[in-house]
Design a protein around this ligand. Structure first.
Ligand SMILES: CC(C)(COP(=O)(O)OP(=O)(O)OC[C@H]1O[C@@H](n2cnc3c(N)ncnc32)[C@H](O)[C@@H]1OP(=O)(O)O)[C@@H](O)C(=O)NCCC(=O)NCCS
Length: 282
């Protein structure tokens, strides 16, 4: 490494103060298709929610200055690249590949059975980097959107706790959620996410901080209540509760879940999508 990258060292991300790591995160994602804002509080929430393992995450220092990072998360025997970025001035010099090789080596050392990540479909440079290191596309994760509408009917909406939603999701073994929507992420209790339910049948997990829109993380109907119109009733009731807000669903909805339900609810596909990629390490 010394010959190819003079002045470069890789250190554990745990060695940096969270604020410095957040500043590096933001710098390493400058120019990214989705603007990334980061600070110590947001990063702390992300670490908690995604089970990022700071000890085994890496930061590259050039002459002592942070210039790239690779955050690794862990659940069970799966490790996931939660963030990977190089500051613009250091891109294209092989640092991305170096950090990725290091992440794969760390995951092997830590006896993970597989390494996962998600990458924007439009991020050709990153996708090629991952493919050349042996990661394979697993599935597409789609984003959806919907204009505000005028609600027609209402069901009694119950405000509940994310733990109830996490339990309901966890009981449905048929669904393979992407990392950020998995029960463990939901249960971590992002302070700005709210959970609403109709009885024990339908759940929505939303971010209502923006005045003009709602970001929908989950719209989940328990298996015993499917096919009876609960998704529509929940959506309509939420729209009545938050009149005039448009809807966005971030690109985390697995393609194989099928879009028929969302289309029936008036959603259309958004331009953003992600590819979930995987490397078996066994
Ligand atoms: C994606 C990213 C991490 C790659 O890091 P990097 O240090 O620039 O990448 P490397 O120099 O190791 O190059 C890796 C490969 O991409 C190619 N590449 C790098 N920059 C490129 C560019 N601008 N255009 C085309 N190819 C490029 C390299 O030639 C190399 O390919 P090779 O293995 O065939 O030689 C970096 O561009 C980045 O931080 N982007 C913004 C954040 C981001 O998109 N992160 C990924 C989120 S999933």
């Amino acid at each position: 490494m010394r010959q190819r990258f003079p002045g470069l060292t890789l250190v554990s991300a745990g060695q940096l103060p969270l604020a410095a790591l957040a500043a590096l995160f933001e710098a390493a994602f400058s120019g990214y298709a989705v603007p990334i804002r980061q600070n110590a509080a947001l990063l702390a929430a992300r670490v908690r929610s995604e089970q990022i393992d700071l000890e085994h995450s890496r930061v590259a220092l050039r002459d002592g200055a942070p210039c790239a990072l690779c955050l690794l998360a862990r659940r069970g025997d799966t490790m996931r690249i939660a963030a990977m970025g190089v500051v613009p001035a250091a891109r294209g010099a092989g640092l991305g590949r170096l950090l990725l090789d290091e992440a794969i080596a760390v995951a092997r050392e830590q006896r993970a059975a597989r390494l996962l990540l998600e990458v924007l479909g439009s991020n050709a440079v990153a996708r090629r980097l991952y493919e050349r290191a042996g990661l394979r596309p697993r599935r597409r994760l789609l984003g959806w959107q919907r204009a505000p509408f005028t609600p027609r009917a209402e069901a009694a909406l119950r405000r509940t706790h994310c733990i109830e939603l996490a339990r309901a999701l966890g009981a449905d073994h048929a669904l393979d959620w992407p990392w950020q929507l998995a029960p463990a992420s939901v249960a971590s209790g992002y302070a700005w996410m709210s959970t609403y339910a109709i009885a024990d049948k339908a759940y929505a997990w939303i971010d209502d901080r923006a005045r003009d829109r709602l970001a929908l993380g989950h719209l989940f109907v328990a298996p015993h209540a499917r096919g009876a119109g609960y998704a529509r009733r929940l959506l309509v009731s939420l729209q009545a509760h938050f009149p005039g807000r448009a809807w966005t669903i971030p690109p985390l909805v697995p393609e194989e879940f099928g879009g028929a339900v969302l289309e029936a609810l008036g959603f259309t596909r958004s331009a953003l999508d992600q590819v979930e990629m995987e490397l078996a390490l066994g």
